[in-house]
Design a protein around this ligand. Structure first.
Ligand code: SF4
Length: 364
């Protein structure tokens, strides 16, 4: 991208032209467009994009925050590993999400060695510097972060390096949202970074099977307005296709090297999504060849499914795109980023956290 090109993606005159397009293609019925990406929500909220949409068009975040959808079962396993003396490495937000007994941050206050890392490679470095201790990387995230975990496992990490795998896949989550009644979703914006890895073609079966438009969207304000315009045009014309509104990063086939890494290291199986339940074919599991680095297997930890959310918390509805954060009675009062009640207020990509940071319902 040329220097200054970024600003063409934030150009007010272009945004106003897009708004005219959106109004021209405005549907004559209520339309709910769901995206599954915290970065999309940040752009939408930060730039007040909802204020440019036609009245009857809603855009909601679904299960797009990897921290929010990590099951209590996996947090329980992480806690057990830390309590048994492992150095537990994970991303920052993960330390503040409640498991069945306490958060990892609370476990650290009680003496567990819980460290924040920025990548799987950082956790390997911790393992190299602490050869006398087991080091566990609590690996979460979608198709974007999973190749990083795969790469370090293929790069001969030290024997004291283990992974607690909680990676999840996005297309099965879209199918789950479309298969769980009541279904009120008119279309999806597909996440630009996940799609860069898996390719726009990965959604074609879903669009055809469920007759739902899916448009791959980038992260700049005009990227998102463009993608929404394409959705509205499809709905107006009665089409349900996959369109790629982010061609400067996403191809039809995606990143074949990253896909090969994922296949080499992981097998696919069912996974438990917090607030949603088990989704078939949505989880990644280490293949037999990497069993000696599998933390669950090596240490025999088994989490139990705990309370997904405290009574009254509407995280499940937020993650299923059936409610917006301000529909929750706790939002902004009892539940804030400093006093989070549910996971959607903890993760920086969680809808409640984003809405709180950008001033409540961001329809300006
Ligand atoms: S505001 Fe808090 S309690 Fe309510 S849905 Fe969001 S995270 Fe859950």
């Amino acid at each position: 991208m040329e220097a200054g090109a970024l600003f063409t993606l934030r150009d007010q005159a272009r945004a106003e032209r897009f708004q005219k397009l959106l109004l021209a293609w405005a549907p004559d019925r209520p339309v709910k467009i769901v995206h599954v990406c915290g970065t999309h929500e940040i752009t939408i909220a930060q730039h007040g994009l909802r204020s440019l949409l036609p009245e009857n068009v809603e855009v909601l975040e679904g299960p797009g925050c990897p921290v929010c959808v990590t099951s209590t079962q996996d947090f329980d396993c992480a806690l057990q590993l830390a309590e048994r003396g492992a150095i537990l490495c994970t991303f920052g937000d993960m330390t503040r999400v409640p498991g069945t007994r306490m958060t990892l941050e609370e476990a650290r206050a009680e003496g567990a060695d819980v460290r924040v890392v920025l990548s799987a490679a950082d956790a390997v470095e911790v393992a190299r510097r602490n050869p006398q201790k087991p080091v566990v990387f609590f690996a979460v995230g979608f198709e974007t972060t999973a190749p990083g975990t795969a790469a370090v496992l293929l790069d001969h990490p030290p024997d004291n390096f283990y992974v607690l795998v909680s990676h999840k896949l996005i297309p099965p989550a879209l199918e789950a949202l479309l298969s769980t009644p009541p279904v009120e979703i008119s279309a999806f914006l597909a996440p630009g970074h996940v799609s860069t890895v898996i390719g726009a073609g990965a959604y074609r079966g879903i669009a055809a099977r469920f007759h739902v438009p899916i448009v791959v969207a980038g992260f700049e304000p005009l990227d998102i307005l463009f993608a929404i315009a394409l959705v509205l045009r499809q709905l107006k014309e009665g089409r349900a296709e996959v369109e790629n509104a982010y061609p400067r990063s996403v191809t039809e086939a995606g990143n074949l090297r990253a896909q090969a890494l994922l296949r080499e290291v992981f097998a696919v199986g069912p996974a438990l999504w917090r607030g949603i339940g088990e989704i078939p074919g949505s989880g990644l599991y280490l293949r037999e060849e990497f069993a000696k680095h599998d933390a669950k297997r090596e240490f025999g930890v088994e989490g139990r499914v705990g309370e997904e959310k405290p009574p009254g918390c509407r995280c499940s509805d937020v993650l299923m795109a059936r409610a917006v954060p301000t529909d929750c009675p706790f939002y902004g009062h009892a539940c804030t980023p400093l006093t989070p009640i549910g996971p959607c207020m903890v993760g920086a990509e969680g809808a409640c956290n984003i809405w709180y940071r950008y001033g409540g319902r961001p329809r300006l």
